[in-house]
Each structure stands twice: as structure tokens, then as C-alpha cells.
Design a protein around this ligand. Structure first.
Ligand code: DGL
Length: 307
């Protein structure tokens, strides 16, 4: 399992940050406060990898809501409820900024969460724009969750950038679940990917947007199927750069520490075993994962986990 995606993966495009939210919790230059990164599960670790490379002095708190993943098959209110609860929890833990490292949560709830949290937010969105800019055949595939694809935010992206480029949008059913169990290369997973990718190749696509932060961990399996016929668009580096700009705008960037920051602090709403395994095998970070309940309106009762 590779630690970094092979070329020619293209890493570009991030969603703009919240410029109106930094009203409260943490202020001041060179603050040692951490950045919060959150995903429905383990996918946000692909964003964390880029943030650590781009902003090595930043301390990081990472929350995986793995007990409730995948979000891509949840209803909109459930996703907004969980995103807000985890954002509030991270603010209480001292986070100075929040990266919603989940396309699904961003698509569904970032506007609401921005209104409610007193820290700057950075969201993610599928790299439709860079795909439209670089596709030579003018046919590009998009793999994302059902919720992301049907969201008004994603439809708006298509309206803006698909005028002269055809986008083949494929829900990646089963892919998040595979990564959540640390499966990035089984025969079943490869068969699933082949079902999704071969029609794109047959239709002449030369570009594939990885519209879910879990999918960069499938890059080797995807490469085995498509070879160099598809350029992969992964937004993680652009998100990390956007985070750096937002921290600068708000005077929140950590002081240079020379040796870099401490390892991230990992939290999970499940037992965290797979998070620890994936972080060790794909990110080479050996850190324990603390289980945290983080109740929310929709998940307040212990037996109300279903959407
Ligand atoms: N990593 C999330 C995303 O980028 C996965 C969503 C899910 O849990 O279905 O959309």
C-alpha cells in the first residue's frame, strides 16, 4: 500500500474558506492552538496528510465519525446534525480553525455550520473546475457519494464548469465502507471500481475527479485498472494551501518550531482500531486513537444511531 499517490495524480482546487466566522474562540498570532480536521470517517486522513506536509508546525486534532459513517447514505439533517456537533466539540477542545474534510458534509451543511461556529472553516468540494480546465477529450468522470452528487452545491459546480465538458457522475457505493475497514485493494473492491471506471473509459474520459476524501486511498487500485488513461484529480493539497491562507488571514498560523509539530491527536466515535491501522499503514503515523462519544440531537440516545 503506497504512502503517496503515484503520478500523474493532479492535486488541485479547494473550496473557499469562511471569512466571516472568526469571531471568537481563539485569536492571536502564533497561537499554539490546534487545527481541527473532521470527516465522517477515515477519508479525512488524506487531507491530514496534505496539511501536515504543507503546514508542518500546526498541531492537529482529527475526528473520525466512524460510528456513523458512511454519511453518503444518510439524510441531509443527519449530516448537518453530526457536522455541527463535531464542530462544536472541536471548538470546545480549543480548535482555532476547522477543516471539514468531507465532501458530503461540506455539500450538505457547511453554510449552516459556518453560521454557528466562532472559528474559520475550510470545506472541500469535488475538483470539477480543474477537471474542466485540463481534460483534453472534454469527458471527465466524477466519483463521489450519492449525497454529494445530488447536492445543490455540486449541481452548481456542474452548471458553472460543464458547459463544454461532459461529466460522467458515478456514485461510489461501497467504496467508503471498504476504506473504513482498511480495504484498499481486495478483489471485491477492484471489481467494484472496475464497474464504475470502465464505462468512463469507454465513453472517452481522460480525467477522474476523486470527489470523496476516502478515494485517494484507492489510488493504487484505480491505477491498476485505468493505467495512465485517467488523470486523477485530488483536492487535498489545495485544501491544505487554502487552510494556510485562512490561518494567515486570521493571524492564527503557528510559529515555526523547526522540528515540526507533535503528532496529530486522533479521536473516533467508534473504537478507532481501523483509524489507527490506516494511519500507520498509509501515513506512517503510529498514534493511539481516543474514543469520544460526541452526542448530537439525532444521536443523543444510545440506541438511536440509525438515520
Ligand atoms: N470522506 C467523505 C466525503 O468526502 C465520505 C462521505 C461518506 O461517509 O459517505 O464525502
Amino acid at each position: 500500500m503506497p504512502a503517496q499517490p503515484p503520478s500523474p495524480t493532479v492535486r488541485t482546487s479547494a473550496l473557499g474558506a469562511n471569512s466571516s466566522a472568526a469571531t471568537g474562540a481563539v485569536t492571536g498570532a502564533n497561537t499554539p492552538a490546534p487545527v481541527g480536521i473532521f470527516d465522517s470517517g477515515l477519508g479525512g486522513l488524506s487531507v491530514l496528510r496534505a496539511v501536515r506536509a504543507e503546514l508542518p508546525d500546526e498541531a492537529i486534532l482529527y475526528v473520525a465519525d466512524s460510528l456513523y459513517a458512511p454519511y453518503g447514505e444518510r439524510d441531509d439533517d443527519f449530516i448537518a446534525d453530526r457536522t455541527l456537533a463535531i464542530g462544536e466539540w472541536l471548538v470546545k477542545e480549543g480548535a482555532k480553525a476547522l477543516v471539514v474534510a468531507c465532501n458530503t458534509a461540506t455539500a450538505q451543511s457547511i453554510a449552516l455550520v459556518r453560521e454557528k461556529l466562532p472559528i474559520p472553516l475550510v470545506g472541500v468540494e469535488p475538483g470539477v473546475k480543474p477537471a474542466a480546465l485540463q481534460s483534453k477529450t472534454r469527458v471527465a468522470g466524477v466519483l463521489a457519494t450519492q449525497v454529494t452528487l445530488r447536492s445543490a452545491r455540486f449541481q452548481g459546480l456542474l452548471e458553472r464548469y460543464a458547459a463544454d465538458c461532459q461529466f460522467l457522475c458515478q456514485p461510489g457505493h461501497g467504496l467508503v465502507q471498504a476504506v473504513e475497514r482498511c480495504d484498499v485493494g481486495s478483489a471485491e473492491l477492484r471489481a467494484l471500481l472496475r464497474d464504475y471506471l470502465e464505462p468512463m473509459l469507454d465513453a472517452g474520459a481522460d480525467t477522474l475527479v476523486l470527489g470523496c476524501t476516502h478515494y485517494p486511498f484507492l489510488d493504487a487500485a484505480i491505477r491498476d485498472i485505468v493505467g495512465d488513461r485517467l488523470a486523477l484529480i485530488d483536492t487535498s493539497v489545495a485544501i491544505a494551501r487554502q487552510l494556510g491562507r485562512v490561518l494567515d488571514q486570521h493571524g492564527l498560523r503557528a510559529a515555526t518550531q523547526g522540528a515540526g509539530s507533535a503528532p496529530p491527536r486522533f479521536y473516533s466515535t467508534d473504537d478507532g482500531a481501523h483509524q489507527r491501522q490506516l494511519a500507520a499503514s498509509l501515513l506512517h503515523i503510529d498514534a493511539s486513537v481516543e474514543r469520544v462519544p460526541i452526542p448530537s440531537r439525532r444521536t443523543a440516545a444510545p440506541d438511536s444511531q440509525a438515520a
